[in-house]
Design a protein around this ligand. Sequence first.
Ligand SMILES: C[S@@+](CC[C@H](N)C(=O)[O-])C[C@H]1O[C@@H](n2cnc3c(N)ncnc32)[C@H](O)[C@@H]1O
Length: 261
Amino acid sequence: MSQAERADRFALYERAVQEPAVQVRVVEDLFRAAHGRPPADLREDFAGTALFARTFVEGDPARRAWAVDLDPAPLAWARARGALERVTLVEGDVLDVGPPAVPAVDVVVALNYSFFLLAERAHLRAYLARAREGLRPGGALVLEVAGGPELQERGEEATDHGDFTFVWDQVAFDPIHSRARCAIHFAFPDGSELRDAFTYEWRVWSIVELRELLAEVGFARSVVLWEGPGADGEGDRTFVPCERAPAEEAWIAYVVGWRAP
Ligand SMILES: C[S@@+](CC[C@H](N)C(=O)[O-])C[C@H]1O[C@@H](n2cnc3c(N)ncnc32)[C@H](O)[C@@H]1O
C-alpha cells in the first residue's frame, strides 16, 4: 500500500492548514478588549474536524463550544479523537442552525474563508443574519478572510512538511464573478500522491462587501483586524484593528461583526 493510500486526509489538513492557537488568541483578545473577559462559549461554523472548537475548550475547563458542519465525515473523525464532552458536534447547514437547537453564544466563527463557499449574495446575507441571531447581545461574529492579487493567479505552491508535501493548487479564477476554484493535494516521499484531497469552489468576497452585508443584517458595527508586518514582512500572526492597509500580494484578515449590547 502506498503512503497516499494509507494517508489520513483530515490529519494532514489539520497539520498543513490550520493554526488554531493563533485563531483562539485572536478571538480571546478581541472579546476581552470589548468585555473585559474572554468568551465563555462559542460556535464554530463550517467546522470540519472542529479543531478550533477543540482548542478553544482546552483553554479553560468552564468553556463550551458547538461545531457545525454539513458533512458527517469530518465530524466522525473529530468524535473519534475523543475528549469531546464540552464540544457538541452538530451535523447541519449553517443557514439553519441556531437557537433554540443550538443556544446563543458569545462568539460565532467562520474560519479559513469557509464562508467563501456561499457564492450567492442572498445566501451569504442569510448566513450572516442567522449567525447574528446565534449571538448573545454584545456577541461577535468572526470571519477570517483572505485576499490580494495572488489569489487570482493560477498555479501550485508546495510546502514541505517532512513526511509529506502540502500542495495548494489555484486551478482557475473568474474575475467577472470573483469565483476561484482551488484544490489541496498531498505528495509523499514514496512518490505517491493524494490529488484533490479537498476541492473548493469559492466566491472571493471582499472586506467591503462583507462589512456592507454585516450592516445590512443588523450588526451594530464591524471592525477589521489586519496582520502586523513582522520583521521579515511575512506577517507576525498578531491582528490589530485597522481602517487602512497596504496593498499586499496576499493577505489574511479578520472581519468582526458586533451585535449590539
Ligand atoms: C474548508 S473546510 C473548513 C475546515 C476548518 N473549519 C478550517 O478552518 O480549516 C469547509 C467545511 O465547510 C463545510 N460546509 C460547507 N457548506 C456548509 C454549510 N452550508 N453548512 C455547514 N457546513 C458547510 C464543509 O463540509 C467543510 O467541512
